[in-house]
Write a protein that binds this ligand. Structure first.
Ligand code: FRU
Length: 443
């Protein structure tokens, strides 16, 4: 039987990072992901693959993309999907190490590797001929004025009018963030169009995404080294309202960005349009340690996806709301959680007053100093990287919480998606203390 996941996609075992190739194609959602199939650590990247009819129930498929070519022998890095003439086009970054570590062939020695952009065409979204259907579309950059030979990656492709656009994350000398644009008329042959440089967005940008919501462009990206990593991570997913001119591929980003999620575990989000035309986002939740005692038969795993979120722009602000399918999934009200290890996942809705606290299985949520503040120190390993405390920006006195609680992830939607704060947790208890006004479970 195929391994299944509900709500939060994990690898069927071993390692998962970024979502890739997220698309609603021929009536089903396909979600690929960065996958190392041999151990619960990062290594030579493959694309794992799962399919869903509702964004909630995922069925794992065979590994879709594997290294087969000289240019992608050391990794199929992140990328995106497009439907064209009924076929599924997948775009990815192809990695070739110039030198690898002596004791670990899965890691490039001294970052000595090169990256090109490649694609593969599948006729049905289930079969991927890794030997005959791949094509290198943008060679390794030889012009540092255009792009970096090492750090240029994560093609996100879309169509507007009769033109295809590709946005890539890159860097100028590993000092300044750079975002590069390519254009194509047939989705196969690509020409460099323009670029944007900005020190405000870290020293390298990963996984850029650019899309329109009601006429307005929204940028999502994962800039590197925007925070000190003393507590937690240095790289974070951000969002901003953007200006973009299709003709010239000229991008303008504001000086100030927001975080996609204020728990600071979320990274590398990717969006697509769902069956109803909404902009839906899924992202990787970084985990400092693998989960060994999996609740099903799966192997030890590390990395999971957040639940799908709808991206909206309200009064000039970007919000991430709970996806209607998630809302529908948790529509049965319960008196209490069933107080056993299989109570997960469930949902709590509540409104906190200043100073009030809710304790979900050891994870503390508090309204304090006009923010929602959380503390996971009782449900997180103490000796690893990762912030114990998180907080939203100020909320003007309104603290409506809609919380999804799963065994290894808590996602708090504050004021209907004004902010979201999500945290990875371990060994969560099956208790709720404090003000939990309503509890919902799956029907
Ligand atoms: C982001 C990222 C991408 C890259 C992939 C490699 O987490 O570093 O930029 O394509 O992961 O696994």
């Amino acid at each position: 039987m195929k391994i299944q996941d509900t709500l939060h996609l994990k690898a069927p075992g071993n390692w998962l990072n970024d979502p890739n190739g997220f698309i609603f194609y021929k009536g089903e959602y396909h979600l690929f992901y960065q996958h190392f199939p041999y151990a619960p650590v990062w290594g030579t990247m493959h694309w794992g693959h799962a399919v869903s009819k509702d964004l909630i129930h995922w069925e794992h498929q065979r590994i879709a993309l594997v290294p087969t070519k000289e240019y992608d022998q050391n990794g199929i890095f992140s990328g995106s999907a497009l439907e064209k003439d009924g076929a599924l086009y997948l775009y990815y970054s192809a990695v070739r190490y110039v030198e690898h570590e002596d004791e670990n062939i899965h890691i490039a020695k001294d970052e000595n590797y090169v990256t090109s952009q490649a694609m593969i065409i599948s006729e049905d979204g289930y079969h991927f001929d890794n030997w005959n259907k791949k094509k290198q579309i943008i060679p390794v950059s030889t012009d540092p004025g255009i792009a970096d030979a090492v750090h240029t990656r994560d093609p996100k492709v879309w169509k507007s009018g009769d033109t295809y656009y590709m946005i890539l994350g890159s860097t100028v000398s590993e000092e300044t963030a750079r975002i590069a644009f390519y254009k194509s008329k047939d989705a196969l042959h690509w020409e460099y169009a323009n670029q944007y440089r900005d020190q405000n967005y870290g020293n390298i940008v990963e996984c850029p995404d650019l899309f329109r919501i009601e006429g307005q462009y929204v940028f999502l990206g994962s800039p590197m080294n925007i925070q000190s990593d003393e507590c937690g991570y240095a790289h974070h997913a951000v969002c901003a309202i953007a200006e973009f001119h299709e003709e010239t591929c000229e991008l303008k980003l504001p000086q100030k960005y927001s975080f996609v999620d204020y728990g600071m575990d979320l990274y590398a989000p990717q969006t697509t349009t769902d069956a109803k035309g909404r902009r839906v986002m899924i992202a990787w939740m970084r985990m400092p340690e693998p989960v060994e005692e999996a609740e099903d038969d799966r192997d030890t795993w590390n990395g999971q996806m957040c639940a799908p979120r709808v991206v909206e722009v309200k009064n000039g602000r970007i919000c991430f709301r709970m996806h209607p399918e998630v809302d529908r999934y948790f529509s049965k009200e319960a008196e209490k959680i069933n107080g056993s290890d299989n109570c997960f996942p469930y949902r709590v809705k509540t409104r906190l007053c200043p100073g009030e606290e809710l304790n979900i299985g050891g994870y503390k949520i508090r309204a304090e100093a006009d923010c929602i503040q959380t503390d996971r120190s009782a449900v997180f390993p103490g000796d690893v990287h990762g912030c114990m405390q998180s907080r939203t920006p100020e909320l003007n006195g309104k603290y409506d919480l809609d919380i999804i609680v799963d065994r290894n992830l808590i996602e708090i939607f504050v004021n209907d998606g004004q902010y979201v704060l999500s945290n990875v947790v371990y060994h969560l208890k099956d208790t709720i203390d404090g003000k939990a006004e309503k509890i919902y479970v799956h029907k």
